[in-house]
Ligand binder design. Structure first.
Ligand code: FRU
Length: 511
């Protein structure tokens, strides 16, 4: 009898235990559920599809981000311009859709300028017009194989970017017969008192100029015989930067496919621009980011000498298949671009925007250690919900590896290999990857810095890793899809390197 009661009690404890576990599991699934893999401090739309950042403009204390958006689905479709604003690149406010497709087609990528002097005549009653210059992509002409299906058009806003009116004389730059004719990035060229449009035209860049944003004249072409050509050129950006008092022009060109680790990526050129022609000062191929997941990025306009960049944190190779449910696509962390010179050659470094510092919460004391055995940092990182910044300094950078994992056994490896002088991110066993054959891979990037010492920052936000090595000379952005966020971190290294700095910070959720 007693044994029977005991047995019943034991069994009910077991069932209660297992049903409790089921409840907990179900709750976790609800928490994770539709929001699994949601970045917590990067911009991503509440729902539906996004790709390229567009029309980034700073105006009256607000950074506007528009983006390629399909509000009816989570795969690419008829493109609109979504809209979000921020003052610090971390708190984002999603706004109503800014531009809808019309009889001229979908609204493809483009830029926005502040037409301070009302050169366009679109301003009224003393209101400064913000003018958007974008590509109209006509799917009907495309289907008919008429090669003039992409044309440049404009729209304007008289209420600081909140609402937009398309110009009645569109398109302002009709297609001369080039199948890929898109993604205008416009800037004011003060020395010539004119606007310059940098346009991706298939396998090259074409520069146009205008006095009023409505009539455009071809200036020159660049790049059909230079740089990477594994795919079509897209989403360019042209701007001056300074280094030791010298002005150097930087030309960003996204390319798809043909990136250094497959699929889409962004290359750049440095040189001189005289208002008409861009002359590169080096033939070397340079990449703004060697990872697979920073595409179509450009800089904000109207920010003076500061150049802030944001990219689409994805790759056309698998963008339509990544395993998120309510939304697809996110932006990279905003980055300050800095011009640098190494062994006589100019490079563009990318560093997380300085606004980030205000949100970092140190969870470890800054310390110096010898890296002669594996160091387990999990005590610091186990409760951070996958929102982590790691900063390491090395007296002499030698082979080293940071292993990031969770109890599910998902593992992301980030490291440096002295033999090949390459940094790497290996996402082979980092979580879900069956949505695309080429996803589970190791990606590499050359070390550009020439110094013995090394510096590495790594930013994790649930489903992304952004590696800034040597103060952003070598950058790698990779997305990955662990079953639950990373909470265990270990670092190991060869050859008794000294870690001159080790700092771990948590980053809040802005959701
Ligand atoms: C780049 C791109 C652009 C185009 C847009 C369409 O990712 O292909 O060239 O304007 O996306 O959504």
């Amino acid at each position: 009898m007693n044994r029977k009661i005991l047995m019943i009690a034991f069994l009910s404890v077991l069932t209660i235990g297992s049903s409790l576990r089921n409840v907990v599991k179900a709750q976790q699934q609800i928490v994770v559920g539709a929001e699994q893999h949601r970045p917590q401090f990067h911009f991503s739309p509440k729902e539906h599809w996004m790709n390229d950042p567009n029309g980034m403009v700073y105006y009256k204390g607000v950074y506007h981000l528009f983006y390629q958006y399909y509000p009816k689905g989570t795969v690419w479709g008829p493109m609109h311009w979504g809209h979000a604003t921020t003052k610090d690149f971390f708190h984002w406010q999603e706004k109503p859709i800014a531009l809808f497709p019309d009889s001229l087609g979908y609204i493809f990528s483009g830029s926005i300028v502040v037409d301070e002097q009302n050169t366009s005549g679109l301003g009224k009653n003393g209101k400064v017009p913000l003018v958007a210059i974008f590509t109209h992509h006509d799917p009907k002409l495309e289907a008919k194989k008429v090669n003039t299906f992409q044309n440049q058009s404009i729209a304007y806003s008289l209420d600081e970017g909140n609402t937009w009116e398309k110009y009645s004389g569109n398109p302002v730059l009709p297609n001369p017969g080039i199948t890929d004719f898109r993604d205008p990035k416009v800037m004011w060229y003060e020395a010539g008192k004119k606007w310059i449009m940098t346009l991706a035209t298939k396998d090259r860049i074409t520069f146009y100029s205008s006095k009023n944003l409505k009539e455009w004249k071809k200036e020159s072409e660049f790049g059909n015989d230079l740089g990477a050509h594994g795919g079509v050129w897209e989403c360019p950006d042209l701007f001056p930067m300074e280094h030791n008092g010298k002005t150097v022009w930087v030309l960003l060109v996204s390319i798809n496919p043909g990136g250094p680790n497959g699929g889409s990526a962004t290359q750049y050129f440095t040189g001189n621009f005289d208002g008409s022609t861009f002359i590169p000062n080096s033939k070397a191929e340079k990449w703004l980011d060697y990872g697979t997941d920073n595409y179509a990025g450009v800089t904000w306009s109207n920010t003076g000498k500061r150049k802030v960049f944001i990219g689409w944190m994805n790759n056309w190779q698998y963008a339509n298949q990544v395993p998120t449910k309510k939304w697809r696509g996110a932006a990279t962390i905003a980055r300050d671009l800095v011009l640098d010179q190494i062994a006589g050659d100019f490079y563009v470094r990318s560093v997380p925007v300085k606004e980030m510092n205000a949100y970092l919460k140190p969870v470890s004391k800054k310390q110096a250690l010898t890296l002669n055995k594996e160091i387990d940092l999990s005590a610091y990182t186990k409760d951070l919900n996958g929102r982590i910044k790691l900063d390491f300094g090395f007296n002499t950078l030698n082979s080293m590896e940071i292993a990031l994992s969770n109890k599910e056994g998902n593992k992301l490896l980030v490291g440096y290999d002295t033999k090949t002088k390459t940094y790497y991110i290996d996402r082979t066993n980092s979580g879900a990857s069956d949505f695309e054959k080429g996803f589970a891979k190791k990606h590499t990037a050359p070390r550009i810095a020439k110094s013995e010492s090394g510096k590495i920052s790594l930013i994790l936000d649930v489903a992304s890793a952004e590696l800034f090595a040597d103060d952003g000379l070598t950058v790698m952005t990779d997305i990955f899809f662990p079953e639950r966020p990373i909470d265990r971190i270990k670092i190991s290294g060869a050859g008794k390197q000294k870690l001159t700095n080790l700092a771990i910070s948590s980053i809040p959720s802005f959701k």
